[in-house]
Design a protein around this ligand. Sequence first.
Ligand SMILES: *Cc1c(COP(=O)(O)O)cnc(C)c1O
Length: 400
Amino acid sequence: MYASNDIPFLDLVTPHVELEEELTAVFRRALFTAGFVGGPMVEEFEQAFAAFCDTSHSVAVNSGTDALRFAIMACGIESGDVVLTVPNTFIATTEAISQAGAVPEFIDIDENTYNMSVERLQEFLEQGCTRNTSGRLVSKRHQRPVTAIVPVHLYGQMADMDSILRLANQYGLTVIEDACQAHGAEYFSGKLNRWMKAGTMGQAAAFSFYPGKNLGACGEGGAVTTNDAAVAAKIRMIREHGQAKKYYHDMEGYNGRLDSVQCGLLQVKLGHLAQWNARRRDRAAEYDRLLAGNEAITCPYEPSWSRAVYHLYVVRSADRDGLAKHLKAAGIGTGIHYPVPLHLQKAYKGMNYRETDFPVATRLAGEILSLPMFPQLSSEQQTRVTDGILGFVQDVLISQ
Ligand SMILES: *Cc1c(COP(=O)(O)O)cnc(C)c1O
């Protein structure tokens, strides 16, 4: 635990204390019915989560990583296909791609939104690919067909989906959203002339219920959303040993189910998610206001077409490590999401990328700092965070 006047990066205890009665009732229901796997609590939550996301289906699975892996498999991405994503994400994104049998390839990000750059994507499709003898789009790097894009809605802000979908349609690619950080985020589609929720625009989307996410289980969890009944049915099969009905297996699948208890707990929390997200947006606006006009700190950029849900509130500073150290000394918790872009991770040495390959993502990794962000963050706590930041900036300016 943190000292009482310290400001944690994340407070997971308070919401559980606030919801103690409702959450313990879920445990009792599970204990007294011995309904631990499958059953009404899973179905009720799946329906509620699909309704929250404005999709016709949601399938609960055991993690966000498996949600993405199963979605990729169910959308017909074949073994050895190249799937495009960004280098500045949690490794689960590329693990899911690889473990579905596909090959991840990176596209650099936009300087302002930190999500996939549409310019870089277009450049890749035009210059990083060729057509093989049967006319298929093939990655020059891998000499394999490019069949899908996995945009990541990083920090709770959706990628520019209209533009990504336009290119995907033009090149015949499937789009699967990594919405693991973006429950409830919205995007104004100029094409459809309305606000669209994360998880509704791709063929399918993956959500994570890891405890620290905007909607977090009391353990591991995830879900796939889709408007495609066939994709939903396929994922149900994949998560349950490939069975079409009990002990009749159409294929080999996985044990990928989400526990009934977790679904029950998530159902309770889901009732509060819209309000929690609204609080996060308020807190973000307050950070923006308190840090405004400060040259040394770059606040998050929210385009007019975006309503982000601020899973993380990430600032940029040329002396990020100095700033983090200064805040730590003041009892303020921070995080870095993520310190090493995926193309420079040891795990991906074999991909033979160079540091200069994705300059925006690489530069960003050295400058980003995630500030305390959770719905229960008080304005007093927040002022202490920004006072700490402004104090550091002053000290640095004076010492120069
Ligand atoms: C959390 C996260 C995942 C993985 O989710 P798990 O539930 O931890 O497996 C995947 N992608 C992104 C962007 C995430 O933040």
